[in-house]
Design a protein around this ligand. Structure first.
Ligand code: GLN
Ligand code: ZN
Length: 773
């Protein structure tokens, strides 16, 4: 029996983010389309050569993308929203990038006498990853036809270079399930879509593709009967002719969809055995013997080195009985490219890690051992075992003081001492705020000057003191300006922070940072997630000095500003040797220390941002409650140790609260600021029907747009808010932090926002006077 190795997809951005720079240079008009396309072809050739050299047998093609693979699929099947005015035969790069990023037409080109914009397609997170895809849009009368030759071209390109490949194609049911349509039921479009998919598969077969990797990640979700039927119809029609299909599932187990999948007439099935190791047994019991199994045994979502001897013993018996493919659990686009670039990581931590290139090597070593006997991979196995033992026992990971604190923690007991009503009174006595209090979410513009100063400081061109002096001047100016325009609760502006997670991670024990561990977030944007490798503690205060400096400039309350434990966890690569909630509790204790130190220093208000709480929801509903329970508990561990008259704020920048409103209530923050400007306060419905008692700051200024809102718009929004929740609950603030905006936009917008709050107060006074008559 043979064991072979597949990769499912390799990072497209390049070893040193070459794709990012090629794209951004093209968008800026600094290079030609030919230059961009040749850079892209170069990256693909490198990736194929690299994966082959590292030991992959089955190479993917069409895993590359100039922006996003879901957008590529929409282009392939000609699902172009009507606003792009598409009349062409095939999707050209201008149209493709307009769909991805929006397009500004100048007057001359648009030819209609005035400038107008075509907005980009909506972007959202790809399952529970931090990768964003462009949401397919469907319109009434939607039809499909092959409108991009990318998948065929890249297959042929690889073939010409001497690499037979297995093209990657997003499956039709998942594509439809990810799509949004006005007045269309997506699944009703399935028959039409299947015709186009059949053509695509036939064309790939004609070019010489004997297998296609067809991705259906939606098979790990809760499915309705209609969706199940859609899968049955799809594979009854697609799997019976054309190339063999490797039906690829990832990000979870098939669970109750196993019976459905086992009946589909596909030739191969890929299972995620990292997220769901227990699904192998039942899958083996249910699957036909001729189905080629692809085992996702190496973690495609995390950066830990595998324990190869362990995996070997797990797979040995199975590999002797049937042919198998070994693969990462999912495409490798979710991990950084190559650990070899990390020259400044602590070597002890580095030996525990494995990035995309190393993961292919691990798969190859494992396959070799399974094919030829354990000794064939002696060196790799020995190194892997040594690293695993070292990691298990390292004092860098295990801090007895943290363990003792966690053991002493009264889980579930973390609660504010007094009820919200009592706290509210105590806080009002201390703060004396007017009705409709005004504040901002924390950050002020990160100007090019600030970025320059930070970069110069990182490079060592300006010393700590010069940098701090510069940041103090910025902070002072921001505080003074907030006072001048009459904001009630001030912020220091976060000028000293590079990123809301990295800033804290860098100061906490247990976190490491890579130099080049970039992962694609969307398009040309990449992030470098922190690596949470060990027990977390806070060696010393992290924000108190900056808070004190800012508070010293003013008599108004200055908010302490922290990132919450759940958000720090969700935006990092985290430990796989303990449950996520265990890591989160440790972070929560560290944040709790900081909250208390801020309080002791005199802060009357502390904000703990939980921007990523909602996106951490598991893919299956049955797992939501468990997640929400520990997420809320962690927030409360961080926030509950304060006095009654210390006000805790939290912030969440999204507008979908129906699913989590109960959890929001349980978090029991005194004030929560949320995103609402674009949805016309609709999301307050969730707060209203839950009868949410604490204070809410519904964002009245959409900071995602350069547009400056008028005072009137904001009073209208506030009046609208008062229809959903009681006026006494309402705070006045923007949707989110202002770091991405320019001061020229922020100044007039906040002046208008303060005016809007004042006009609401005046209205209340008039109303009270009227009622008192
Ligand atoms: N306090 C942070 C800021 O203002 C919050 C950012 C966020 O929610 N994403 O930038
Ligand atoms: Zn936000």
């Amino acid at each position: 029996m043979t064991v072979s190795v597949a990769t499912l997809g390799f990072p497209r951005i390049g070893l040193r983010r070459e794709l990012k720079f090629a794209l951004e240079s093209y968008w800026a008009g600094k290079s030609s389309l030919a230059e961009l396309l040749s850079a892209a072809a170069g990256l693909r050739a490198l990736n194929w050569g690299r994966q082959k050299a590292l030991g992959a047998d089955i190479l993917p093609s069409n895993d590359f993308s100039l922006y996003d693979h879901v957008l590529d699929t929409s282009a392939l099947i000609g699902a172009i929203p009507p606003r792009y005015d598409w009349a062409g035969e095939s999707v050209d790069p201008d149209l493709y990038f307009a769909m991805a990023r929006g397009a500004q037409h100048d007057t001359a080109r648009a030819g209609c006498g005035h400038a107008h914009d075509t907005t980009a397609m909506e972007m959202t997170k790809w399952f529970d990853t931090n990768y964003h895809f462009l949401v397919p849009e469907l319109t009434a009368g939607q039809s499909f036809r092959i409108a991009s030759t990318k998948i065929f071209d890249e297959f042929s390109e690889a073939k010409a270079l001497g690499y037979p490949t297995r093209p990657v194609l997003l499956g039709p049911v998942s594509w439809l399930m990810l799509a949004k349509g006005k007045a269309v039921e997506p699944l009703a479009l399935l028959p039409a879509l299947l015709e186009t998919y059949s053509e695509i598969l036939a064309r790939l077969a004609a070019l010489g593709a004997d297998w296609v990797q067809i991705d259906e990640p939606c098979l790990v979700l809760d499915l309705t009967d209609d969706q199940r039927t859609a899968f049955e119809r799809t594979y009854a029609s697609l799997a019976t002719r054309g190339p063999k299909l490797m039906l690829t599932t990832y990000f979870g187990g098939l669970g109750d969809n196993l019976n459905l999948v086992a009946e589909l007439p596909v030739h191969g099935l890929h299972l995620d055995l990292v997220r769901a190791p227990d699904q192998l047994e039942p899958a083996l019991a249910r699957l036909q013997p001729h189905v080629l199994l692809s085992l996702g045994v190496i973690d495609g979502r995390n950066i830990w080195r595998a324990n190869l001897p362990d995996l070997y013993w797990r797979l040995k018996e199975l590999a002797a009985k049937r042919d198998v493919v070994l693969a990462p659990s999912c495409s490798l686009i979710h991990v950084p490219v190559d650990l070899a670039l990390e020259t400044s990581l602590d070597p002890e931590v580095a030996q525990w890690l494995s990035f995309a290139a190393q993961k292919v090597e691990e798969l190859a070593a494992l396959a070799k051992a399974l094919n030829e006997g354990e000794d064939a991979s002696f060196a790799a196995f020995a190194a892997s075992r040594i690293a695993a033992v070292a990691r298990r026992t390292s004092p860098k990971i295990h801090d007895p003081a943290v363990a003792a604190r966690i053991a002493a923690l009264d889980t579930g007991g973390a609660r504010r001492a007094a009820s919200f009503a009592a706290r509210r009174e105590a806080q009002q006595k201390r703060l004396g705020l007017p009705a409709y209090p005004t504040t901002t979410i924390g950050s002020f513009p990160q100007t090019p000057d600030i970025r320059k100063a930070r970069a110069a400081h990182v490079r060592g061109e300006i010393d700590d003191e010069a940098y701090a002096r510069y940041l103090r001047a910025e902070t002072r100016a921001a505080v003074k300006w907030q006072e001048e325009i009459g904001l009630d609760v001030l912020v220091h502006g976060e000028f000293e922070r590079n990123d809301m997670v990295q800033y804290f991670g860098e100061q906490l024990a247990g976190f490491a940072f890579t130099r080049a561990g970039w992962v694609q977030s969307y398009g040309s944007r990449c992030v470098r997630p922190p690596v949470l490798y060990g027990d977390v503690s806070r060696p010393k205060t992290m924000t108190v000095d900056w808070w004190r400096y800012a508070q010293d400039q003013t008599d108004r309350p200055m908010k302490g500003m922290l990132t919450g434990p759940v958000t720090i966890l969700n935006w990092s690569f985290v430990r796989d040797d303990q449950p996520r909630e265990a890591s989160c509790r440790q972070i929560a204790l560290a944040i709790r220390d900081e909250v208390q130190d801020l309080e002791t220093a005199g802060a009357a208000i502390v904000q703990i941002d939980e921007a990523a709480l909602r996106e951490g929801l598991p893919l299956r509903r049955s797992e939501w409650q468990h997640y929400l329970n520990w997420a809320v508990e962690c927030f409360r561990i961080a926030s509950s140790a304060v006095r009654d008259d210390t006000q805790i704020h939290t912030h969440m920048c999204y507008s979908e609260f129906n699913d989590i409103i109960r959890a929001i209530g349980d978090m029991d923050a005194d004030v929560i600021s949320i995103e609402t400007a674009r949805s016309q306060m609709e999301l307050l419905d969730a707060f209203a029907s839950y009868a949410y008692p604490n204070a809410v700051g519904p964002g009245v200024y959409d900071i995602h747009s350069p547009r400056i809102p008028a005072e009137r718009e904001m009073t209208d929004l506030l009046a609208l808010a008062c229809k959903h929740i009681s006026p006494e609950q309402v705070w006045v603030n923007p949707d989110c932090g202002l770091k991405t905006r320019k001061w020229d936009e922020v100044r007039p917008a906040l002046i208008a926002m303060v005016a809007a709050a004042k006009s609401m107060r005046a209205r209340t006074l008039v109303k009270e006077a009227y009622l008192a008559r």
